[in-house]
Design a protein around this ligand. Structure first.
Ligand code: ACO
Length: 340
């Protein structure tokens, strides 16, 4: 990518296309009943999840990201060589390095693209959108692909009933493009992003980084995700509501002006709590948690793509996305959906 600041004049970022890839393998609650001491009734009543998709043994995160990226480009009718930047939000990369985004850019033929990953866990897609919008509206880039991709099944302890029931694998994302011609009311309206690292130990994978390198040896449990579910639950219910309200307040808007809310798909009780506190009509909230579980950085764009396919997300709608995740992090974004 080569860009010159301000060179695009009054550049304006637009959410032009959505796409996804979900691996075919399915893990049901009945499968989990055979794996750990749990029941379908417990999982459904405490989380709302019935099944999740699981990557095949030969599929790493980039393999999912590549297929999602191709799906987005074919939806948009855009050639991979037109992509200036490819951003992959992920916290389950193939390797510490090289990045998933660099692997993905080569594989899809985006040979002009700069590529980098973002590590903001389940908030990562919205963090990635903020980067894409900043790149486009500064004039540095004209077309940016943001592909959230995760293979959480590889970092979840299959014997830990508190976590193995929650997560699934998927990749999904969006193409952000520069528009010269635009209505004043179009495009991205605002973001609210945050992080509280003091709570980082509530949700972490202890081994594999520089604090506890894998080469130094480790207990097998420490290579898996570890979570204080109750603390993360309390944090999530607070930030989902606060983040949306802070953004609306800053924009001098109300929740009634939002056409569609797409919350991070982590737990139905967290989503229901946010719906109640925000006072939004549940008919204006889209979710697909029961079929995919928590797919982290892929969760919000996967829900967006499915809402589009279901005719729930329609051109011109004002959409609020909100998420939270490891870090701990949170993020909200308000955008008018204007597909190519
Ligand atoms: N089946 C049956 N019983 C279970 C299961 C299970 N799968 N899991 C836990 N239990 C038991 C516990 O052992 C506990 O038993 P005890 O009372 O005898 O000790 C009991 O159920 C209640 O446990 P809690 O942890 O209090 O259950 P809770 O209602 O909080 O639900 C859950 C647990 C679903 C994990 C919830 O806390 C949650 O969803 N938290 C948020 C998780 C989340 O969204 N994480 C996002 C991660 S995003 C990212 O960035 C990776």
């Amino acid at each position: 990518m080569i860009g010159v600041l301000g060179s695009a004049g009054r550049a304006h970022a637009r959410l032009a296309a959505l796409g996804s890839y979900v691996p075919p393998g399915v893990l049901t609650n009945a499968d989990l009943e055979r794996q750990v001491d749990t029941t379908d009734e417990w999982i459904v009543s405490r989380t709302g999840i019935r099944e999740r998709h699981i990557a095949g043994p030969d599929q790493a995160t980039s393999d999912l990201a590549i297929l999602a990226a191709k799906n987005i480009l074919s939806t948009a009718g855009v050639d991979p060589n037109e992509i200036d930047v490819l951003i992959v939000p992920t916290c389950t990369p193939d390797y510490l390095f090289p990045s998933v985004s660099a692997i993905t850019a080569s594989a899809i033929g985006a040979h002009r693209a700069a590529a980098f990953d973002i590590q903001a866990a389940c908030s990562g897609f919205i963090y990635g959108l903020a980067q894409a919008v900043a790149l486009v509206e500064s004039g540095l880039a004209q077309k940016v692909l943001v592909v959230g991709a995760e293979v959480f099944s590889r970092v979840t302890n299959p014997q830990d009933r508190g976590t193995c029931i929650l997560f699934g694998d998927a990749a999904a994302g969006a193409l952000i493009v520069a528009d010269e011609d635009h209505a004043a009311s179009s495009g991205f309206v605002g973001f609210e992003l945050g992080a509280d690292g003091s709570m980082g130990d509530q949700l972490l994978i202890p081994v594999g980084g520089t604090r506890h390198p894998a080469a130094a040896g480790f207990h097998p449990d420490d290579a898996y995700l570890q979570m204080n579910g109750r603390e993360v639950f309390k944090f999530a219910t607070r930030v989902m509501e606060d983040s949306v309200l802070r953004l609306l307040d800053r924009l001098a808007m109300t929740i009634d002006e939002v056409d569609l809310l797409i919350p991070h798909q982590a737990n139905q009780r967290i989503i229901d709590h946010a719906i109640g506190r925000l006072g939004i009509d549940p008919a204006r909230v889209f979710g697909n948690l029961e079929r995919y579980g928590n797919t982290s950085a892929a969760s919000i764009p996967l829900a967006l793509a499915e809402a589009r396919d279901a005719g729930v997300l329609r051109p011109g709608m004002l959409v609020m996305m909100v998420g939270f995740g490891a870090g701990l992090t949170w993020a909200a974004c308000l955008v008018r959906y204007e597909p190519t």
